[in-house]
Each structure stands twice: as structure tokens, then as C-alpha cells.
Design a protein around this ligand. Structure first.
Ligand code: CTP
Length: 405
């Protein structure tokens, strides 16, 4: 859920800055795109280099240090963030933002952003209980900002009480809970999708493959993630960027895809096999480049495992969805594969259709199910189709009502 989400961490000056380092590290490890902005006081405790190493991004602290001439840094950072966390949030920054003051990079961004801002205060217990601070916190809450309460315990100043920056693990949990959609029909369900072609090596420079672009599978993965699923995309070699919020496992051959799918299969709720898996591979992969001769060449091919067939044989709770790429007798072939591979659904497409098939942005398919569903869809973009197909499956399986999806 956190994968590729953009989070801006505003670090202000208190001893708890060291905990913000752990927070940035954990958020980056969770796949978030983490950017850090620091105040001058924060830099008295930890250098920007530490945050740069943890976030793998530039760290910002000077409103007038424009690293990229195409954008205005503080506006760009304010606009790009999905969420902003101020951690640690000092009494000073809380006071400034509550009163609309923007006199450095952090406070300017906090005024410029329309993203939700969370403050994670850290300060001495008496400061936290100070009437002005209480008033400022209350004003920020009224303005729609959120707070991650400090915890109680030993404070660096020697006091015991409320004022410790919440532990980084807890803050990551908040972030996680916040980004996990609650009412989506596939929330809490694991959906495994395969996409693209496989490549079967002949020698170090050649392979056998097919024309699959991976677009349909990638569209299915993006749609599954948008419908709340924990989505795993097992992808053959393709040239498209990875969808947000999806765990992508890159594979090359049918054998690698088989291994990857098996590893993800047991706890999957839905498995969608949109990959165009090679049915044959060279019987022997030559270790050196095959040199040409004057004669014609014959490459002996061996069968690959039919991944979907093997999944169908040991199916438990999984709903199995196949794709059938056909050039003739499309529906008959699709129906027979549905039965032979013990599938729940088969999405059949005629790859000779000018609006469907490999490489196109659009597709024309018919959804068949083992319970007798037979639903043809008109030509539409693969992205639109992916959502519609998943919604049809969700409704047929009783996973939820897609009216609000
Ligand atoms: N499939 C698979 N493993 C294979 C071949 C196919 O998992 N080795 C899956 C595909 O991902 C797809 C479905 O089986 O979901 C149907 O694939 P398709 O290529 O249309 O049919 P095949 O079963 O390979 O039969 P044929 O090539 O003879 O049409």
C-alpha cells in the first residue's frame, strides 16, 4: 500500500531528530518515495547527508537553493507530496504554522501544500503543557491538521512525562493504516497477476518469445491495486513502467515464472494469468553463441510446464482466471481451456482483431465463467477493461458491491 506513495518529512530542531532518521529509513524501506526538508536548527543535530542517504533523495533546507531550474523547489515539494509529516514537530514550528508564519523552507512548504499534514510533536513536558502550545495545537486541529501524539517517558532534558516523539515503528504503522483502503472490495485479498511474454534462451544472444506487450496484465495489476488488493505482478520482459502500489517480480523464462507464481500461490485469493507463456523452449541452451553455417538450422524445442494447468490441479480457495489468445474458433477454444485447466474464469480474445490483441491500447474480450457466464465487451482501453473485468468477477464472487468502486 505504501509503494511509491510520496511523503514529505519536515524535520525541525529537537533532540528527537535522530528518531526521524529511523522514520525516514523505514518509510523508504516500505517503498515510499520519501523527501526530507530540514530547518536550520534540525541541522544542528543531524546533517542533511544522513537523511539523503536514508531517503535516497536530495534533502532541502534553503528556500533559495533551487536545485532544478524547471521548478520552484518549495512549491514543487508542496505539490508533489501525498502526505506531509512534521517529525519532530517543535513548539516553535507548531506555533508558526498555527499563526500562518512562513519564514523558512519548512514553514513555507507547510503553508503551500494542500496535502494532509501530520504533526508529531516532541518537546519538554512543560512546553507541551504550555497554554500557548495547547492553543496552537488546538488551532491546527481546527484547521484540519492531524497529530501523532507524543508518548510518555524519559525526556532528553531529564524530565519524565509526555513529550517523547512517538516511536518510528508506530508512526510507520499510522502511515500504513492510513493508506490501506478500508471499504474497497479487494481489501485484504491477495491478487497475483502474470503479464508479458516469456523469453526462452537459445544461446547467450538469442531467444524464442512472442509479441505480448504486457499492457493487459499491467492494467489488471493497476486495477486490482486500485480495488484494494495486495497485488503481486509477476512480469516477463516488457517495456512499461511499474504500476503504483504493486509488488513486481521480474522473470524471464516460463520456468522462472512457474517458480515465482508457485511461491505466491498458497495465500492468493485470485490468480490472473494474462502472461503469454511460451509453450516451448529450446531443449538445450547453448553456452556459447551459435555460429552460422551454410546449412539451415533446426532447434529442438521441449515443452514448458503449463503453469495455469498445474495451478488448476492443486486449486483450493484460489479463483483462477486465464486469458486465451486465439486467432480462430475463439470462443470454442476459450471454453475448452476453461474446462481443461480447471479455471473459474476465462477471458478470451481474438488477437487478430484490429482493436484487440498484442501491443494495442485497446482490447475486445469475452468473459466466460465455469458457472456459465458469457459476457462479450465492446472495444475499450485495456485500463478500462481491466477494471470492468475485475468488477464483474468481484460481483460474481460476492466480494462486494462495486457501485462505489
Ligand atoms: N499458460 C500458462 N502456461 C503455459 C501456457 C499458457 O500458464 N505454459 C496460461 C496463459 O497464461 C493463459 C492460458 O494459459 O492464461 C491460456 O494460454 P494460451 O496461450 O491462450 O493457450 P495454451 O494453453 O498455451 O494453448 P495453445 O497455445 O495451444 O492455444
Amino acid at each position: 500500500m505504501l509503494m511509491n506513495k510520496k511523503i514529505l518529512i519536515c524535520v525541525t530542531g529537537g533532540i528527537a531528530v535522530y528518531k526521524a532518521v529511523a522514520l525516514v529509513s523505514k518509510l523508504a524501506q516500505a517503498g515510499m518515495d520519501v523527501k526530507v526538508v530540514m530547518t536550520k536548527s534540525a541541522m544542528e543535530f543531524v546533517t542533511p547527508l544522513t537523511f539523503q542517504a536514508m531517503s535516497r533523495n536530495d534533502v532541502y533546507f534553503d528556500t533559495f537553493d533551487e536545485k532544478d531550474s524547471r521548478v520552484i523547489a518549495h512549491i514543487d515539494l508542496a505539490d508533489c507530496a501525498d502526505r506531509v509529516i512534521v517529525a519532530p514537530a517543535t513548539a516553535n514550528v507548531i506555533g508558526k504554522v498555527a499563526n500562518g508564519i512562513s519564514d523558512d523552507m519548512v514553514t513555507t512548504i507547510l503553508l503551500a501544500t494542500t496535502a494532509e499534514i501530520w504533526f508529531a510533536p516532541a518537546m519538554n513536558v512543560n512546553m507541551y503543557n504550555n497554554k500557548a502550545v495547547i492553543r496552537n495545537i488546538s488551532r491546527l486541529r481546527t484547521d484540519g491538521h492531524r497529530f501523532i501524539e507524543p508518548s510518555e517517558g524519559f525526556l532528553a532534558c531529564g524530565y519524565v512525562g509526555k513529550g517523547r516523539l512517538e516511536e518510528p515503528e508506530k508512526i510507520v504503522e499510522f502511515v500504513h493504516a492510513h493508506f490501506t483502503p478500508k471499504n474497497l472490495p479487494l481489501a485484504g485479498k491477495k491478487v497475483v497477476i502474470t503479464a508479458g511474454p516469456t523469453r526462452e534462451r537459445i544461446d547467450p544472444v538469442r531467444y524464442v518469445s512472442n509479441f505480448s506487450s504486457g499492457k493487459m496484465g499491467y492494467a489488471m495489476a493497476a486495477a486490482a491495486a486500485n480495488l484494494g488488493a495486495d497485488t503481486v505482478l509477476i512480469s516477463g520482459p516488457v517495456g512499461i513502467s511499474k504500476p503504483h502500489g504493486v509488488k513486481v517480480i521480474d522473470v524471464e523464462s516460463a520456468a522462472e515464472m512457474y517458480e515465482a507464481v508457485n511461491a505466491e500461490y498458497d495465500d492468493a485469493a485470485i490468480v490472473i494469468k494474462s502472461a503469454a507463456v511460451a509453450d516451448y523452449r529450446p531443449a538445450v541452451i547453448q553456452p556459447q553463441k551459435i555460429k552460422k553455417s551454410t546449412d539451415d538450422a533446426i532447434i529442438e524445442l521441449a515443452r514448458t510446464t503449463d503453469i495455469l494447468h498445474s495451478l488448476g490441479e492443486r486449486k483450493k480457495q484460489q479463483i483462477l482466471v486465464g486469458f486465451a489468445a486465439e486467432t480462430q474458433n475463439v470462443l470454442d477454444h476459450g471454453k475448452s481451456k476453461l474446462v481443461k485447466k480447471n479455471l473459474d474464469y476465462m477471458i478470451v480474445n481474438d488477437v487478430t482483431d484490429p482493436e484487440g490483441g498484442f501491443g494495442n491500447e485497446t482490447n475486445v474480450v469475452t468473459l466466460l465463467s465455469k458457472k456459465g457466464l458469457h459476457k462479450p465487451y465492446p472495444a475499450m482501453t485495456k485500463n478500462e477493461l481491466a477494471t470492468i473485468l475485475l468488477q464483474a468477477i468481484i460481483e460474481a464472487e460476492g466480494f462486494g458491491d462495486c457501485n462505489d468502486c
